[in-house]
Design a protein around this ligand. Structure first.
Ligand code: FO1
Length: 473
């Protein structure tokens, strides 16, 4: 990571002190805006963006704290269960948080790990530590929006509560105020706003006001071993958790794989993808930093452009969909044409039909599909092209689109390190319900939803090579 880390420290030459923060990144969730008088600190309630540097929410919290000469705290609420996440995800997350805590201690920022739901733990913590403002990050999923509501209800009315979109380059509410039809309709809006938002990220540096009280020490080993989540899905060895691990994956992408991105990204036998989604999902690395480093160091113009399209336009489109469509993970969230066509074909014969267990155990007649399923179970990732094929086949092999969608989401959230993310819901909705896509020639089961088949894959890449890699395991 030498080259990249030295570059990032160069870029982070300015500090949050005196830095002009773009307030369009902030949404005010409380009636009050001024830090509570006589309080003893500002807290960033970290949730989606689990990193210290390159984090607009922490940058904002540090600025608030410095203005009032107050100590700065970060707090993370560890919930006992989250959707279908397993030990694989929790271990990745906690190891990343351990790195966050270490960085905090070098910067005079107090890091706290609270056990329990944010609504139950955060307001009491804010009261006990007499904190004068709460800053949090942004996530459009209904579970996390519920946390936000619960915290809002629990906070005292004189404590301001701010939300900063630290995940998207263009804040979700600025990019568009409505559900966009597709990449075509959001691309221009985002591109136009990039000069305003793809800006320098100032460094969060040593906090000048230290706290007289210190946080409760964290026993990370014990936290990991006492998790109540499903342990049958274990850790994977290719992905080193945490920001440092994310940066080394980024470096190898820029040096070795980016050059093939434009031409080979749909070939699962070629190492052409960034593989950064686990780190981006948990916010261990910032998409904005990734884009700016890829744009600065990437040598192949076409590859840089197509990667930027994926990482910026497509990813931010996923947040747009989940934020403005409350039914983002249900067939009822699809366009009318898609719902109608799927309904028209609800009675079509599906053969074979597989159960969720058969799919989970990769027991289909289709070796290519099985290979993709084995890849996600054993490696916690599935190649981007295979994700589309995989989800479309589930539509073909299950009793209804509703069932297909729920199985695809379940398997994704359970096995893929980047599960439980707007990107995954949108990926499954694209494949099964045609969102952000158009209608195609009508056929059985799929209706007008785009169809993919084995023959098509055979024309694109050596399917046998991919099958042998995973099916022999
Ligand atoms: N966010 C939290 O604030 N606390 C958690 O304990 C937590 C667990 C968790 C487990 C798996 C996973 O994929 C995500 C998890 N998140 C947690 C949420 C995450 O930070 C994101 O906000 C959402 O998953 C959306 O990307």
């Amino acid at each position: 990571t030498k080259k990249i880390s030295s570059y990032s420290s160069l870029q982070m030459s300015s500090t949050t002190r005196g830095f002009k923060f773009n307030h369009k990144r902030v949404s005010i969730l409380s009636d009050v805006q001024k830090i509570k008088q006589g309080s003893q600190g500002v807290v960033y309630w970290m949730s989606r963006d689990q990193r210290v540097q390159d984090n607009w929410a922490l940058i904002y919290a540090q600025q608030l704290a410095i203005e009032d000469k107050l100590p700065l705290h970060i707090c993370f609420c560890l919930v006992p269960h989250f959707l279908d996440a397993t030990f694989r995800h929790y271990a990745f997350m906690l190891k990343g948080l351990q790195e966050v805590a270490k960085e905090c201690s070098a910067l005079e920022i107090q890091f706290h790990l609270l056990h329990g739901s944010p609504g139950d733990t955060l307001p009491g913590f804010v009261k006990d530590w007499n904190l004068g403002a709460v800053v949090t990050d942004f996530c459009p999923l209904r579970e996390t929006l519920q946390w936000l509501d619960d915290v809002k209800k629990g906070l005292s009315s004189d404590v301001p509560f701010f939300q900063v979109d630290a995940h998207n380059i263009v804040p979700c509410w600025v990019a568009s105020n409505k559900q966009e039809y597709g990449a075509r309709t959001i691309r221009g809006k985002i591109t136009k706003l990039l000069p305003e938002f793809l800006t320098e990220l100032p460094a969060v540096d040593q906090h000048p006001h230290s706290s007289s009280k210190t946080p409760k020490p964290i026993d990370w080993e014990n936290t990991l071993s006492s998790l109540e989540v499903d342990r049958s899905v274990g850790e994977v060895d290719w992905a080193q958790p945490g920001t440092t691990g994310g940066f080394s994956m980024l470096e190898s992408f820029i040096d070795q794989r980016l050059q093939y991105f434009a031409t080979h990204r749909n070939n699962p036998n070629v190492a052409a993808l960034s593989q950064l989604s686990p780190w981006i999902h948990f916010g261990q690395i910032s998409a904005q930093r990734v884009v700016s480093l890829v744009q600065t160091h990437g040598k192949n113009r076409e590859a840089v452009a197509s990667f930027t399209e994926e990482l910026v336009v497509r990813r931010e489109l996923a947040d747009n969909f989940c934020f403005y469509n409350k039914k983002y993970d249900s067939v009822q969230g699809a366009y009318e044409w898609a719902q109608k066509t799927l309904q028209d074909h609800a009675g079509d014969c599906r053969k074979p039909l597989y159960t969720c267990e058969q799919l989970e155990q990769a027991q289909t007649y289709d070796k290519l599909w099985n290979a993709a399923q084995i890849q996600v179970v054993t490696e916690g990732k599935m190649h981007g092209f295979m994700r589309m094929y995989w989800a479309k086949k589930i539509l073909e092999w299950t009793a209804s689109p509703e069932q297909a969608l729920s199985i695809a989401i379940y398997l994704n959230d359970r096995y893929s390190l980047d599960g439980c993310d707007p990107n995954c819901y949108v990926g499954c909705m694209w494949s099964i319900c045609g969102i952000h896509d158009q209608g195609w020639r009508e056929r059985a089961v799929f209706g007008k939803v785009r169809y993919m088949n084995y023959e098509g894959c055979k024309r694109k890449f050596d399917v046998g090579q991919f099958e042998r890699k995973y099916c022999s395991k």
